[in-house]
Write a protein that binds this ligand. Structure first.
Ligand SMILES: [Zn+2]
Length: 100
């Protein structure tokens, strides 16, 4: 069993959570290439050691947060509240052709 430290609820069994992936910078959709966008969506570093990840507490508070986890030992530290993505609604609407 892996205990995941939710910053809002405390430590809980990892079965209560959804792993949302590695934390990485989102490229600008207006200037990125298809290959860069594909890499952002589908390619993972799969590093052996400490990585930053986003988790979602689906059976608890329903919030997203970030942790640092060692992929070799599953040791976890540094949980902090956060959102998996930040969306600029105006820029997103403009990029898909919606006028607001
Ligand atoms: Zn929680």
């Amino acid at each position: 069993m892996i205990l995941v430290p939710c910053p809002f609820c405390g430590s809980r069994n990892s079965s209560e959570f959804r792993w949302c992936g590695e934390v990485k910078a989102r490229p600008d959709p207006n200037s990125t290439t298809q290959a860069e966008w594909r890499d952002y969506l589908y390619m993972k570093s799969n590093a052996a050691g400490w990585i930053a990840e986003t988790w979602y507490h689906r059976e608890g508070c329903g919030r997203y947060f970030r942790i640092e986890r060692n992929t070799l030992t599953n040791e976890i530290h540094a949980a902090e509240a956060g959102s998996p993505v930040s969306i600029d609604a105006d820029a997103a609407s403009e990029s898909i052709g919606i006028r607001r």
